[in-house]
Ligand binder design. Structure first.
Ligand code: FE
Length: 377
């Protein structure tokens, strides 16, 4: 019992430090899951070893331990519901994806972690290629999650997706002027385009997908066009680009769908107004499809509570939980039986890029190199 109590205390302390550090960083308002490769936080280190020592052989059958880089309230609500339904306790450690991956490496076979949860297919693939994950074997999950939203070897399972779309000022841009990501680099958008920094993973993964589809040379030309067309030096997160469109700083912006949904129900009337005044456009519908990214859960290689971990993924990918994720966070469910929240329906169905998410990780260094070379800040 002592060990369980210590584990909880350490989890709480680390959770608190994580929250304090996250609040202090202030990169973007709201429940942003930042996965920056350069993010560092102070809380990992000595405590990590302590958790390992105190819990390595202390796992009862009644729990599941999660290392997560997602910071959304709905996740905690679903874990609580899972506990209520199954009696299996869920312990959560939050951090940035790179630091959690480092921690899993350091802890190795002694890690108490059962699941690694993060946003971005590239990072999920990194956890796999670092040999930190194992196959999830579940007919229930195979049934609930389409094959293209799971790792090819089922080392991680998709939980939700978001599309990276073009938003436009409804009063100034006719959607018939919009077509593809490639077109955003054309002269007609010079001084009219808004995008956050290329240092953010959202843009890096978009670039990586274009490298996969169009090649390095074409993507370098594209990125140079984007850098030229930007209405201002990148500042703020995705929401800030939409706000700048409505404020007239530019006419169109690149952003993730779920932020538009979140802004539409924001406590801040300015955000509600922004969500009303922008239109959502899904690029590349007649060619390669719209870029999406994915949140997923990887089963940790040395998971001490493997069965519970798989049960939790089954729970999270069932229609009920999937509907709740969509309603709370405006992400797209991976389970096709789940209901979409109203605003997603209003934007309609769309065709997504058909590429292996592993490409996001494989091409990430090249994407960063290109962005630096062409001067997309
Ligand atoms: Fe985000």
């Amino acid at each position: 019992m002592r060990k369980v109590t210590l584990w909880k205390t350490v989890v709480m302390l680390i959770g608190l430090v994580t929250i304090l550090v996250a609040c202090g960083s202030g990169n973007e308002s709201g429940g942003e899951a930042e996965n920056q490769a350069n993010d560092t936080q102070a809380e990992t280190g000595a405590e990590g070893e302590q958790v390992t020592d105190e819990t390595a052989e202390g796992q009862a059958g009644g729990e599941v331990n999660i290392y997560t880089a997602r910071h959304y309230d709905v996740d905690a609500e679903l874990y609580a519901e899972f506990t209520e339904e199954t009696g299996i306790e869920v312990n959560v450690i939050e951090g940035t994806a790179p630091e959690l991956i480092e921690r899993l490496k350091r802890e190795g076979a002694n890690s108490p972690a059962d699941l690694f949860i993060t946003v971005d297919g590239g990072i999920l693939n990194t956890a796999k290629t670092e040999d930190l994950l194992q196959k999830v074997d579940s007919a229930v999950i195979d049934e609930q999650v389409p094959a293209d939203l799971r790792d090819v070897d089922d080392h991680w399972i998709g939980l939700s997706t978001r599309a990276r779309v073009i938003v436009y000022a409804k009063d100034r841009v006719d959607p018939s002027e919009l077509s593809t990501y490639e077109d955003l680099a054309s002269d007609k958008w010079e001084g009219r385009l808004l995008a956050r920094s290329s240092s953010h993973l959202y843009n890096q993964s978009l670039m990586a997908s274009l490298i996969e589809l169009n090649g390095e040379e074409a993507t370098e030309e594209w990125a140079a066009g984007i850098a030229t067309n930007l209405a201002r030096d990148p500042e703020g997160g995705d929401r800030d680009q939409a706000k700048a469109v409505v404020a007239g700083a530019g006419d169109i912006a690149i952003m993730n769908t779920y932020y538009v949904g979140q802004m539409s129900v924001s406590d801040d009337p300015e955000e509600v107004k922004v969500a009303e005044e922008i239109g959502v456009f899904f690029p590349n519908q007649d060619s390669t499809g719209t870029h999406i990214n994915i949140s997923g859960a990887g089963l940790v290689k040395h998971s001490p509570n493997r069965e519970n971990a798989i049960k939790l993924i089954e729970f999270l990918t069932a229609p009920e939980a999937q509907t709740i994720i969509s309603q709370a966070n405006y992400e797209y469910p991976v389970n096709e039986e789940a209901e979409w929240v109203e605003i997603l329906n209003s934007w309609g169905e769309f065709r997504r890029q058909e590429i292996d998410f592993a490409a996001y990780g494989e091409h990430n260094p090249k994407a960063v190199e290109i962005a630096n070379k062409v001067g997309w800040k």
